[in-house]
Design a protein around this ligand. Structure first.
Ligand code: SF4
Ligand code: SF4
Length: 288
């Protein structure tokens, strides 16, 4: 049976994707990867996926009007809290799909219609299979889309008898993050040694604890502020969290992003060396 790991962080831009892409290099053809950062996906920029199949996901509903039935009474506009509808037009970006206007319309001119929420892709990459999504602009159901992405990744892992499902999670502590970590074997929290980073770590660890997900911590750019790094270490010690590694600040990371590669695919560097050790420590946490 495969193990599931999600890489998460309190906010975007903390090195989550760099770490996930490096894990992809280290687990070539033994893992499937899933980009659950559906609001700002970027793993594809490093993976350069070749799409094998796509699936349309209809989750949300929005209001639709049969214009010939409408008598322009404006009752729909009066009840819509989101200013999404008037007798003359519907603003689909503002419509939250509550359905109130449908019930109020005296002419039954309104109905709720399913809309395309996202396209989910199964792709092949130089590291192995990859599941990712393209969300419809204005769509607000990212938690359910993440859930679908993870379901698809698990099915493929089962069919292909892979060892790991590795998820690039959403940042923050909202619904998509919860959908990224529920039921996984390990959440790897990546944090930078800043004051807000420590605060984010406390919040995200709280979420993982609430959902009974075992967490480990990886400190990125640890050498930029040793005092804050020590504070993170202390927090982890106090809460019995394993620190799986400390990645030094190094220009190889932006270089790898610009070139669309993992850090391992560039010249020898200390970041990759540390990530080898992090991956070993993660396996110890998973299998011991
Ligand atoms: S409530 Fe119905 S009939 Fe009245 S303006 Fe809205 S859509 Fe038209
Ligand atoms: S479904 Fe709700 S949000 Fe959308 S237009 Fe009707 S009342 Fe407004």
């Amino acid at each position: 049976m495969f193990k599931q790991i999600t890489v998460i962080s309190g906010k975007g831009g903390t090195g989550k994707t760099t770490l996930t892409a490096s894990f992809a290099y280290l687990t070539r053809d033994k893992a499937i990867f899933a980009d659950a950062d559906v609001d700002a996906p970027d793993l594809h920029l490093i993976f350069h996926p070749t799409i094998i199949s796509e699936e349309e996901l209809y989750i949300s509903k929005k209001v639709k009007r049969e214009e010939e039935k409408c008598i322009k009474c404006n009752k729909c506009s009066e009840v819509c809290e989101f200013q999404a509808i008037t007798a003359d037009e519907i603003n689909y970006f503002k419509c939250e799909g509550c359905g109130l206007c449908v019930h109020i319309c005296p002419e039954k001119a309104l109905s709720m219609e399913p809309i395309l929420s996202a396209k989910i892709f199964e792709s092949q990459t130089r590291f192995g299979p990859f599941v990712h999504a393209e969300m419809t602009i204005g769509e607000g159901t990212s938690g359910r889309i993440v859930d679908q992405i993870r379901q698809k990744a698990r099915k493929i892992a089962e069919t292909k008898k892979l060892d790991f499902v590795i998820v690039d999670g959403s940042p923050g502590i909202g619904c998509p993050v919860i959908a990224s970590i529920t039921g996984v074997d390990l959440a790897c929290i990546i944090v930078e040694p800043t004051l807000s980073g420590i605060h984010d770590l406390e919040r995200i660890f709280g979420v993982a604890q609430h959902f009974k997900v075992k967490s480990v911590v990886c400190i990125n750019k640890f050498d930029l502020n040793i005092k804050n790094t020590n504070n993170i270490m202390q927090f982890c010690k106090k809460n019995n969290i394993t620190v799986v590694g400390k990645i030094p600040f190094n220009k190889i990371v932006p270089k790898s992003i610009i070139q669309g590669k993992s850090t391992f695919e560039l010249e020898e560097n200390p970041v990759s060396k540390e990530i080898i050790s992090i991956w070993k420590n993660i396996q110890t946490e998973l299998f011991d």
